[in-house]
Design a protein around this ligand. Structure first.
Ligand code: ADP
Ligand code: MG
Length: 236
């Protein structure tokens, strides 16, 4: 099993401060945070073999330490239902990524199961010059991009912080199940934020994280995209 320390050391050895989606998800999964299983395929053949193991449908994304915004690179294909679609998606992703990022080191694609639709939420951490690590919570998609409907608390979070930061966003009623839609499991989300906070406390060499999006359901939640950025200098 590759541990958090090994993943971080490996990135540092390669002169990187950004962990890939696959590395970031592995680290969060090991911290007890429910994360979509995600594997690297370095060829079309490997992508199809992984699709076989995972079952349908799957999602393919460009896997490169140099590409953080995968959709912008034409690097995300969802809902792939058969080998033909996986093959085609692999080609298209590689062609698009190579064209948009000619100098990027592209490892292949990540293959992951397609999460069923849920309420999209996000959480992230940045380091404030005055307060230190600050955790952000909000609803995903246009609600965060356009309306900036997010809340903040200083890490480490108390249980009360977790509860309040979820409740105080303007879109909270969506989480309670707006107009007959499936609600989110609020205690599960509180627990998720506390796990993220614990993890950050134990890993001070992280500069920034992004769990965007997380799909929330009435019986839990799952991280479908993750990113970790390390501090420039390893603690020494
Ligand atoms: P980006 O690097 O552009 O942020 P994401 O990994 O977040 O790429 O993927 C873009 C979008 O595709 C997500 O916001 C989500 O709506 C959808 N998506 C990504 N991964 C999955 C998945 N495993 N299951 C279902 N939908 C997904
Ligand atoms: Mg994302």
């Amino acid at each position: 099993m590759v541990s958090k320390d090994q993943i971080i050391n490996n990135a540092r050895k390669q002169g990187r401060t950004t962990l890939t989606e696959i590395e970031s998800k592995k680290v969060f999964r090991d911290a007890g945070i429910n994360t979509i299983e995600t594997r690297l395929a370095s060829s079309q053949k490997e992508a199809i073999a992984l699709r076989d193991q995972i079952g349908f449908p799957v999602v393919l994304k460009v896997a490169s330490p140099d590409i953080s915004h995968k959709s912008d690179a034409g690097g995300v294909r969802v809902g792939l239902k058969n080998n033909g679609e996986v093959e085609k998606a692999y080609e298209e992703i590689m062609a698009s990524a190579r064209q948009k990022y000619p100098t990027a080191n592209i490892e292949g694609v990540s293959v992951q199961s397609m999460a069923r639709p849920g309420i999209e939420i996000i959480t992230g951490m940045f380091k404030d010059s005055q307060f230190g690590p600050v955790l952000m919570f909000g609803l995903g998609g246009i609600l965060v991009e356009v309306l900036k409907d997010v809340s903040f608390r200083i890490v480490p979070l108390t249980q009360r912080d977790a509860r309040e930061m979820i409740k105080e966003i303007k879109g909270y009623s969506l989480l309670e199940g707006y107009r007959g839609q499936e609600p989110a499991n609020i205690p599960f989300l509180e627990d998720l934020l506390l796990k993220v906070s614990d993890f950050l406390e134990q890993t001070p060499e992280i500069k920034e994280i992004d769990l965007n999006p997380i799909f929330a359901y009435k019986d839990g939640a799952v991280v479908v995209d993750a990113r970790i950025v390390l501090e420039e200098d390893a603690p020494g």
